[in-house]
Structure formats: C-alpha cells, structure tokens
Design a protein around this ligand. Structure first.
Ligand SMILES: *Cc1c(COP(=O)(O)O)cnc(C)c1O
Length: 365
C-alpha cells in the first residue's frame, strides 16, 4: 500500500514507559515502581480539580462548549490578553501541529536547537519540511542567528524555553534582542511549557506572553496544563498569538478538540494557585538535593529551570546501562541516548521518591 512518502522519515514517538508495562516486564509490584520519566507532577492532581471533574462527570453526554468561553476568560485574566489571541489545544502538542500546518508549503524550513522537544521534528517531517538544527545541544541564540542569516526563508524557529529534555533556559532580554533581528515573515514559537518553573527560580528568565506577542507579532507562545497544573492525562494546552496567527491556526482545529472535563479541570486548576506554589517549592528544594548528589558523585548536570534535571555521564558510564539497571529496580527515568546524549533526564519527585533514586543510583555510579 502507498502512504504519504514523508512518513517514511518519521520514527514513532516513544513516551516514558508506563508503570503497568514495567510491572509486567520486570515482575515488580506496581506500588514499588516510581516513575520519574515524563515530567509529571509528583503530587498528583489537586484535590480541588478532582472534585470539579467529579461534579461535572454527569454532563459528559453533551458536547463541550466549543467556544471554550470559560477557559479563555480565565486565561485572558491570568495573562491580561484578549480571548481572540488564544487557541486551546488537546495539549500544547496540538497547537504545535496547528502552527506547522498553518505555515506548511512544499519548501518549508524550520530551525530548532540540536536537542529539544521531539514533536517539532515529528510534525515538521509529516509535511516534508527541511529541519535545520544548531550545532550545540543547548539553545545558543548566536548559532540560531547565524543559521537564520543564511536561511532568510525560514518558516518557523522553535525556542523551547526552558528546554525539554535538557533543562536550560535563556534570559528574556537575550531572547528579545534575538527577536529584534527576525523578520516578520518568520514565525517564532516560544514553547513555555516550563515557564512557570523558570519564573519561580529566576525572574530574569520569565517571558510574559502578552508582552511578547505585542512586541513581536510574529511570535506564538505555548503553554500547557500538563506539568505544573498536573493535568497530563486530560490533554489541554494553549497558544497565545496575534489575531492573524490565531485565526489561521483555527482553520486547522478539529471541532470539539478539547473534552468538556479537560476544560472544567483546567479552569479549576487555574484557581488553585496554592497547589502550584507547593509544587514549585518542593521542586526546587528537591532539585538542590539532585545537584548535591551529582556533585558528590562527580556527575555533570545542566542547571535546570524545569521540573527535571539532566545528568551527563563521562565515558566511564553508559546511559543505556544505567537506565536499564534503574528500571530493574523499579525506577523509570528518561534515557537520552536516542537524542545522541550520554545522559539521563530525571523528573524531580517527592522527597521519598528522590531518596530511592539516590539510593539506587549511588550503587551504580
Ligand atoms: C510537555 C511539553 C509540551 C506539551 O505538553 P502537552 O501535554 O501536549 O500540553 C510541550 N512542549 C514541551 C517542551 C513539553 O515538555
């Protein structure tokens, strides 16, 4: 059978291993497994959000409100942005898909950092785009600019700030100086999936979406409810951009692309700021323990502005082996070998989960 020829270039996305699979494969009781692989919130979902979902379970026979009035109102007051500048997606993943398809043409070109979120590549390949990458794994805006100057016809530049899976971010001023030099025909996507973590750690890293899009109408900001708001399973995220960009993305949106319970949960999550604050506090307290652990075991790490930390190994250790040994002990982390990086990405867990990671990892390194 013949298929879209672009699909031959695509490797199917592999997420973190689910707990059930590890339990089956390694014969470990599910309650003894800890998953520090997908940057989920270790405290689970806020009880107030769970209550809101339960209260609305009886309404699921009806289609969702496709105008998404309430979540747009809530986001527009959070960011002081007009609802017309918002689009809601089934995860911000779906908004990345909209953005790439909205700019797609037979000679499409995109630019990303060498090691960054896998979905930019996957969606770009689906439309046959040429993908350019910077030489450095981490974001280096001088390198982005060099490539841009040689490729003025770039359609989209992706800045993942902070970057998944490495954790680095860039100060707002540096990002703005870069954007000053980019022509209005090139869309710049600023993926802010971890921006609230970055802003908590260092206000110089904070990029305000409203300020961003008003200064640079060629930018599209992405946010998600999957990380700090702990709603990964409900698939809801958003894009903030100029009316022109948003109207074009809307032409690609399937009807009712976000479920009614996802909309309810996201609204309730935005109201529980206390939960997010607790998440942030735990995250950065525990992050210090990971940094201390790495230093005391001679492991390099990347200064992280997210809810995960990346350890980089020297030639004496192999991330494939380390990941496998940890897995046998019931600890799921993300091996970065498929990114060409001899390292692992560990989602910051609860203090108890982290204790177990340190105990097992110390035996290996
Ligand atoms: C998690 C993540 C997203 C999107 O997550 P959704 O669950 O689709 O909202 C987007 N970008 C980055 C960098 C991420 O890590």
């Amino acid at each position: 059978m013949k298929f879209n020829p672009h699909l031959a270039q695509i490797k199917t996305y592999e997420g973190g291993k689910p707990v059930e699979l590890v339990a089956r494969e390694y014969g470990i009781a599910p309650q003894d497994i800890i998953k520090l692989a997908s940057n989920e919130n270790p405290f689970g979902t806020s009880p107030k959000v769970i209550q809101a979902i339960q209260d609305h379970a009886k309404d699921v026979f009806m289609y969702p409100d496709d105008s998404m009035f309430e979540i747009k109102e809530a986001l527009s007051s959070k960011y002081s942005v007009d609802p017309k500048n918002l689009i809601i997606g089934a995860g911000s993943d779906q908004v990345i898909f909209f953005a790439i398809n909205a700019k797609a043409h037979p000679k499409m070109k995109i630019l990303t950092a060498k090691t960054t979120f896998a979905m930019y590549d996957i969606y770009a390949k689906q439309v046959g785009a040429t993908i350019l990458k910077t030489p450095s794994h981490q974001h280096n805006l001088d390198e982005f600019l060099d490539i841009y100057r040689q490729n003025r016809d770039l359609d989209i530049i992706f800045l993942c700030l902070p970057n998944n899976p490495l954790g680095e971010s860039l100060p707002k001023e540096e990002v703005y100086r870069f954007l000053d030099q980019i022509d209005s025909d090139t869309m710049v996507v600023v993926d802010g999936a971890y921006q609230d973590f970055a802003a908590y750690k260092d206000s110089a890293m904070k990029i305000d979406p409203t300020d961003l899009i008003s200064r640079y109408p060629n930018t599209l900001y992405l946010g998600t409810f999957s990380k700090s708001y702990a709603l990964g399973g409900l698939r809801i995220g958003y894009g903030i951009g100029s009316i022109e960009i948003i109207q074009n993305l809307y032409k690609l949106r399937p009807p009712f692309n976000v479920t009614s319970l996802s909309l309810v949960a996201a609204c309730a999550a935005l109201e529980d700021e206390e939960f997010v604050q607790k998440t942030m506090q735990n995250n950065f307290e525990q992050m210090k323990r990971y940094e201390d652990f790495a230093r005391s075991h001679g492991i390099k790490f990347i200064d992280s502005y997210t809810n995960f930390i990346t350890f980089l190994f020297d030639d004496q250790h192999d991330s494939n082996e380390i990941s496998e040994i940890l897995l046998k002990k019931g600890i799921i982390i993300r091996n970065l070998a498929s990114y060409g990086v001899n390292g692992i990405r560990i989602t910051i867990g609860t203090p108890e989960q982290n204790d177990r990671f340190f105990e097992e990892c110390a035996k290996i390194v």
